[in-house]
Design a protein around this ligand. Structure first.
Ligand SMILES: *[C@@H]1O[C@H](CO)[C@@H](O)[C@H](O)[C@H]1NC(C)=O
Ligand SMILES: *[C@@H]1O[C@H](CO)[C@@H](O)[C@H](O)[C@H]1NC(C)=O
Ligand SMILES: *[C@@H]1O[C@H](CO)[C@@H](O)[C@H](O)[C@H]1NC(C)=O
Length: 409
């Protein structure tokens, strides 16, 4: 009794420590002194950025409105890229004029200018260096290991002190073309507005529609992820309580369906909002789950009578689609967690729920099969037919657990 509790505590504490550690390590301090190629550059302000352990340091010359920026980023690998840039109008990737640093095939540190277009975001065009809106007066880059340090002296427009600052990083570069970065939500948060004069940071941090995304996630996890398997377990393990199991099954699955379809609708709407970033697999699996679940609801309404011969095939069909939907739902919830990146606690919680449902099912499975085999030995004169309707055994003396064993598909 004590051991399982201890394990739960261990998981809980480990989760707590991991989240504290990652939030502390994410808060990398910034420095106003940076060394480029052995020369020290001094800046007047610095600011740690919200994601990817990045930080910037800068100095603004108010008379010329020229700003010197030093961007410090943690790359995914020494063969990856780190980039930052300014968007003249909004806090988003499209329209940004970026400086992206990486090591070329010869191992030389490069920093080039790239214009981030909608075509690039939609991965319809490769990212290639070219003319941007930035007026770069001087630049330098230093890459050591996964630490990318980039300096640029930029001429801002007259009276422009607030800049929309965008940054990101990616795993690889092909030729001069940085390859796409991850589209997990955490990797789309690299944006913030900074007043270069006062150092005041505004905006950014959270992605748009975050509240809708969270609602979608919770609804989908409860409906498809928790209720659906519970409803299936009710149908399988509560057969002893006939016909109550049927109403429980229908009640749970209808609730799951209504909540699940709401989650699905929200998901479609979110997909509509996030132009450019499409989570293809998550979307396809989501649509499949909706179709299968709808088929199941229709199947129950259109089920053949228990006496009909075709009922055996209907049972196999209903079970096959049902279990497939449950498996797809679990897969898609993990994909959704990858996209939302809500913190390791949520993933852990979902794994605990899945394992609990799985563990309880295995125990109930063992109990019903052992009861079934025991009963079968006692009444070995009666032949066993696979896949028969449970109703056929209604008059059997051994009734309920016999019924459970026979209905296994
Ligand atoms: C670094 O400094 C050395 C001399 O101190 C110079 O020869 C070299 O070109 C510099 N490299 C870069 C990338 O500026
Ligand atoms: C910005 O950097 C340049 C060298 O690239 C330097 O000459 C200039 O003084 C710097 N400006 C400020 C405000 O630090
Ligand atoms: C910059 O601001 C000053 C006063 O704040 C104004 O007189 C001047 O016209 C502005 N310049 C531009 C280019 O907007």
């Amino acid at each position: 009794m004590i051991k399982p509790q201890f394990d739960l505590w261990t998981i809980g504490l480990a989760t707590l420590f991991v989240s504290i550690f990652s939030s502390v390590s994410g808060q990398q301090l910034c420095s106003t002194q940076q060394s480029f190629n052995g020369t020290q550059k001094v800046f007047s302000k610095c600011q740690p950025l919200a994601t990817q352990s990045a930080s910037i340091a800068w100095s603004l010359d108010p008379t010329s409105n020229r700003v010197n920026v030093s961007f410090s980023g943690e790359g995914l690998s020494s063969s990856g890229w780190v980039g930052w840039g300014l968007n003249p109008s909004t806090l988003q990737m499209v329209g940004t004029s970026a400086l992206i640093g990486f090591k070329d095939a010869q191992g030389t540190s490069m920093m080039q200018q790239y214009k981030l277009t909608a075509a690039v975001q939609n991965q319809l065009a490769a990212l290639s260096p070219g003319v941007t809106d930035l007026v770069v007066l001087d630049k330098a880059i230093e890459i050591s290991g996964t630490k990318f340090l980039m300096f640029a002296s930029l001429q801002l427009k007259p009276n422009q002190t607030t800049v929309n600052f965008i940054w990101n990083r990616g795993p690889s570069v092909s030729g001069n073309s940085p390859q796409p970065h991850s589209t997990s939500l955490a990797d789309l948060q690299g944006r913030t507005s900074i007043d270069m004069s006062s150092g005041i940071v505004t905006g950014g941090g959270t992605a748009p529609h975050q509240h809708l995304k969270n609602t979608h996630g919770v609804l989908a996890a409860v409906s498809w992820g928790l209720l659906l398997p519970l409803g299936a377990m009710a149908a399988r393990y509560l057969r002893a309580f006939d016909p109550a199991w049927f109403y429980i099954h229908v009640a749970i699955q209808s609730t799951a369906y209504i909540l699940g379809v709401s989650a699905w609708g929200l998901g479609l709407r979110l997909g509509h909002y996030s132009l450019g970033v499409v989570y293809h697999q998550h979307r396809r699996i989501g649509i499949t789950i909706f179709c299968f679940a709808t088929l199941q609801v229709l199947a129950v309404a259109l089920r053949p009578s228990k006496e009909a011969k075709i009922r055996v095939y209907w049972n196999i069909y209903h079970h096959a689609i049902g279990y497939t939907t449950i498996i797809l739902a679990a897969i898609n919830i993990f994909k959704g967690l990858d996209i939302l990146q809500p913190g390791s606690g949520w993933r852990t919680a979902y794994i605990v729920i899945l394992s609990t449902l799985g563990g309880v099912s295995i125990i109930l499975e063992i109990i019903s099969w052992s009861l079934f085999f025991r009963r079968r030995m006692q009444t070995s004169n009666k032949p066993f037919k696979y896949g028969g309707s449970h109703r056929e055994t209604k008059d059997a003396t051994n009734g309920h657990s016999h019924t459970q064993g026979r209905d296994i598909v």
